[in-house]
Ligand binder design. Structure first.
Ligand SMILES: [Zn+2]
Length: 210
């Protein structure tokens, strides 16, 4: 069975939710490089101390440092893993390949218009953090949080312009990665337009029968 997975998908594609469910059903370990970095910094490990310098300066943490964190974590994934948010570039994918084989790179294929629609209609409550969607999950009273009655706001990075810019960057960076994994024969493309449950069943079905 496939147990070493990479999950690819743009912001808003439901990657986090799918990862969580895969880990719950199959016992995989969720590897998020963001979490690994924060944990290393918090624990003050040698790698954490090095990473902290870059993070504090607002720089990207170098690939070799991130890869080393991933390598250490891989020793602790008895039932397999799902890598989420890494690799982001072909360089990182090659570095990953040097320490571990990947059974499948799951690519969540979404419609850009769906993503844009979902993000620009998102409204949040500053007080309790509740998130609404003007189309799919609107508050009972327009512009007001159901729980606290305070005014909802739109995150400044949820405007159409920013969302489209983010999608563009994602596509430019990820296309070569998709080509890379296709060439390796491990690309698994999933139509991620349906609801969360349907998408999950498609992915899980492929893993169960692998
Ligand atoms: Zn609220």
């Amino acid at each position: 069975m496939f147990t070493r997975l990479v999950l690819l998908g743009p912001p808003g594609s439901g990657k986090g939710t799918q990862t969580e469910r895969l880990c719950k059903e199959f016992g995989f370990t969720h590897i998020s490089t963001g979490d690994l970095l924060r944990e290393a910094v918090r624990n003050g490990t040698t790698l954490g101390i090095k990473a902290k310098k870059f993070m504090e300066a607002g720089d990207l943490v170098p690939d070799d440092l991130v890869i080393e964190l991933v390598r250490l974590k891989l020793d602790n994934c008895p039932k397999g893993f799902v890598l989420d948010g890494f690799p982001r570039t072909v360089e990182q994918a090659k570095a990953l390949q040097r320490i571990c084989d990947v059974d499948a790179a799951i690519n969540l294929e979404v419609n850009e218009e769906d993503i844009v629609g979902r993000m620009i209609n998102r409204r949040s409550c500053k007080k309790c953090g509740a998130v609404y969607n003007l189309q799919s999950n609107p508050p009972k009273k327009a512009g007001t949080c159901d729980k606290c009655g305070v005014e909802l706001y739109q995150r400044s990075d949820d405007t159409e312009e920013t969302v489209r810019a983010r999608m563009k960057v994602y596509k430019e960076r990820t296309m070569p990665l998709i080509a890379f994994y296709r060439k390796q024969g491990v690309l698994m493309s999933i139509d991620a337009r349906g609801g969360i449950d349907r998408v999950y069943e498609t992915i899980a079905g492929k893993i169960r029968s692998s």
